[in-house]
Write a protein that binds this ligand. Structure first.
Ligand SMILES: *Cc1c(COP(=O)(O)O)cnc(C)c1O
Length: 373
């Protein structure tokens, strides 16, 4: 059975390396140190949201962020009592109520959300904790930085909300050109200035994601929100010693010998050049085989790269390998949804031997088992 394996030692290494970077920062004038907010959305970046969050808690991380109501409730149902911030603003009343009842810090990113939260807080007779989200040029959640007056007017009227933080999100911090990121940072700081001038509490300020965390220590402010840094999976090489987390493991299920000139796989794109001993493994792209691309795959250039990879594979110029008994074995033919065939000619491989694949756990279906070892 395919399993995503998470190496505890490597994950611990990444946590320590991140803490070490943070510890290089001096506390601010109120003696506060930079806080780490661990983002555990998307099933904990594929590491199993509950197991992963518990692992982080055991390593002294105590502040978490999610992007759906479901994720927040999953953590609470698992008995996790630590601070949880819901990153997405919502004006849907049932969701707001659900989050408040479960002691989740809300994000307010619009006039409608602000009014809905204030109203529900009043009904529940509660002072509700929230962070304010400023959209500094992402076009998603948050008050537009261009609408400063509206932000001030909206926040001034809130009676039942305690603003514990204010944040924004970078859209292209992973890129090697920094102008846009620096501009977003300036838009954020300018907005904060205006809020402060109007006596609006901003609470803790945070804007850095993992890429910005590695590139711009001057932008840490009061907290950093980190996801991919914990997994050591970033769009550029890191110099602080983060190790990529997570690989896929399965067992050899069949072995056979195919004659010369024999077809392997869908589309008949591969024929054996000589008599070939092969191992069949019941693990395919559904399980995450060859899904190693970074998280910024949504850029057009990455889609082109992805297609190019497919074409190269088709032209048999690119070879994809798995590891069996510490030996690299080549995948023959197309990767199927659930199966692959690999070349084990002249190799000491037996049925039941362990096979490992590179993968990005985020792209592995959540039905596949996760194991910490
Ligand atoms: C996903 C996310 C993060 C973490 O991003 P990484 O690049 O994985 O560190 C931070 N903030 C918000 C709002 C996010 O949605």
């Amino acid at each position: 059975m395919a399993t995503v394996i998470i190496n505890r030692k490597d994950l611990k290494n990444n946590i320590e390396k991140i803490k070490n970077e943070i510890s290089k920062q001096l506390p601010d004038d109120k003696g506060r140190k930079v806080k780490i907010i661990a983002v555990v959305k998307s099933n904990g970046y594929g590491l199993d949201i509950v197991k992963y969050t518990k692992f982080l808690i055991n390593n002294d991380i105590d502040y978490f962020a999610v992007s759906t109501v479901q994720e927040a409730l999953t953590l609470r149902k698992a008995g996790i009592k630590e601070t949880i911030l819901m990153l997405s603003s919502t004006a849907i009343k049932s969701d707001i109520k659900n989050l408040i009842e479960n002691n989740i810090i809300l994000t307010i990113g619009s006039k409608e959300a602000a009014q809905a939260v204030d109203e529900i807080a009043k009904e529940m007779d509660k002072k509700v904790k929230a962070h304010i989200k400023i959209d500094t040029g992402f076009g998603r959640y948050g008050f537009c930085y261009t609408a400063k007056e509206e932000i001030v007017e909206t926040l001034k009227t809130l009676e039942n909300v305690k603003i514990e933080g204010t944040f924004s999100h970078f859209s292209i911090a992973f890129y090697n050109k920094d102008e846009y990121t620096k501009m977003q940072f300036k838009r954020f700081i300018d907005t904060i200035e205006v809020l402060k001038m109007n006596n609006i509490q901003t609470g803790m300020l945070h804007i850095c994601n993992s890429s910005a965390f590695l590139k711009f220590p001057n932008m840490y402010l009061n907290a950093v929100r980190l996801g991919s840094a914990f997994l050591g999976k970033l769009a550029f090489k890191n110099s602080i010693g983060l190790i990529p987390i997570g690989f896929l493991q399965d067992k050899v299920s069949e072995i056979k010998t195919l004659p010369k000139g024999y077809n392997i796989g869908y589309s008949n794109s591969y024929k054996t050049k000589k008599e070939t001993k092969v191992a069949i493994i019941s693990c395919g792209y559904i399980d995450g085989v060859n899904m190693t691309l970074g998280r910024d795959m949504f850029r057009p250039i990455d889609k082109i790269r992805y297609l190019a990879e497919g074409i190269k594979q088709l032209l048999k110029k690119q070879e994809i390998y798995v590891t069996i008994n510490n030996e690299k074995c080549k995948i023959l033919g197309r990767i199927g949804a659930h199966h692959i065939t690999v070349d084990i000619t002249n190799k000491n491989v037996n049925i039941g031997d362990i096979v490992t694949f590179k993968t990005n756990p985020q792209f592995v279906d959540s039905s596949i088992r996760r194991e910490y070892e």
